[in-house]
Design a protein around this ligand. Structure first.
Ligand SMILES: Nc1nc2c(ncn2[C@@H]2O[C@H](COP(=O)(O)OP(=O)(O)OP(=O)(O)O)[C@@H](O)[C@H]2O)c(=O)[nH]1
Length: 235
């Protein structure tokens, strides 16, 4: 999570990944708009942006709905870009859980600390179930992430609580990182005789959904992460 460049509104970025047809787009649109879009076809990644109030805090939330057109391509840029990750499978497809396991392994290799939630979607289709709940839960435990079964079609309340919880986790992580950074800069400021007094404006924004391409955002985000890494390593 980061603070928006133009305001003090904290920003949280979520990547939604999973096999094709598991309901990633339906989930993203449901969470942000409370609506269910049954048929949603896209052959590109889509970035949704909306200002939300979560647990009494205003957040600018960006969600990238990662296109799964080419399953052999792991969405590395999206994972570097994100603060949290939702991995979705379809309880009526064993293959989709297997794919989710591969994704979770890659996510852990790249970003071992990133808050992650495994979601088993379409639990309204009980008669077509191929994946028992315990199987999904076991995978989640093995990969140290949260787990929920949901039905985007039936508007499970768990959709909102699960995403709100991961947003809250991101905020807490950000606060910890901020206070650590603050004490380091304060210490350096004391040493060289100038405290960091950089001012910030607070202009919170309203709530609309924006759909846009994200390639440039990814580039700057990945670059910033690499710079942060160098800075942390050198301290
Ligand atoms: N029964 C049922 N169908 C669902 C549910 N969620 C999504 N679907 C349906 O599953 C299909 C795929 O949903 P999408 O949201 O397009 O899935 P996706 O993962 O974004 O698919 P790609 O864009 O191919 O990656 C659509 O026909 C949805 O209507 C659900 O909870 N229950």
């Amino acid at each position: 999570m980061k603070t928006d460049d133009k305001s003090n509104t904290p920003k949280v970025r979520i990547a939604v990944i999973g096999k094709s047809n598991v309901g990633k787009s339906a989930l993203t649109v449901r969470y942000l708009t409370r609506r269910y879009i049954g048929e949603y076809r896209s052959n590109t990644d889509l970035l949704y942006r909306q200002t939300l109030t979560v647990n009494n805090s205003t957040l600018e939330v960006e969600i990238v709905d990662v296109c799964s057109c080419d399953l052999s391509l792991f969405p590395e840029e999206a994972i570097y870009w994100a603060d949290a990750c939702l991995v979705v499978y379809d309880i009526t497809s064993r293959d989709s859980l297997n794919h989710a396991v591969e994704l979770l392994q890659r996510v852990q290799q790249l970003r071992s600390q990133i808050p992650t939630v495994l979601l088993g979607n379409k639990c309204d289709l009980e008669h077509l179930r191929e994946v028992d709940e315990i199987d999904g839960r076991t995978v989640a435990v093995q990969h140290g992430c949260q787990f929920h079964e949901i039905s985007v079609a039936e508007n499970s309340p768990t959709i909102y609580s699960a995403v709100d919880m991961v947003l809250t986790d991101c905020r807490q992580l950000q606060s910890t990182q901020k206070s650590r950074k603050f004490s380091v800069s304060k210490m350096i400021g004391t040493l060289i005789g100038s405290a960091n007094t950089k001012g910030q404006q607070n202009t919170s924004q309203g709530g609309t959904v924006v759909v846009c391409h994200k390639s440039d955002l990814y580039k700057s985000r990945v670059l910033k992460r690499r710079q942060n890494f160098t800075a942390t390593a050198s301290l």
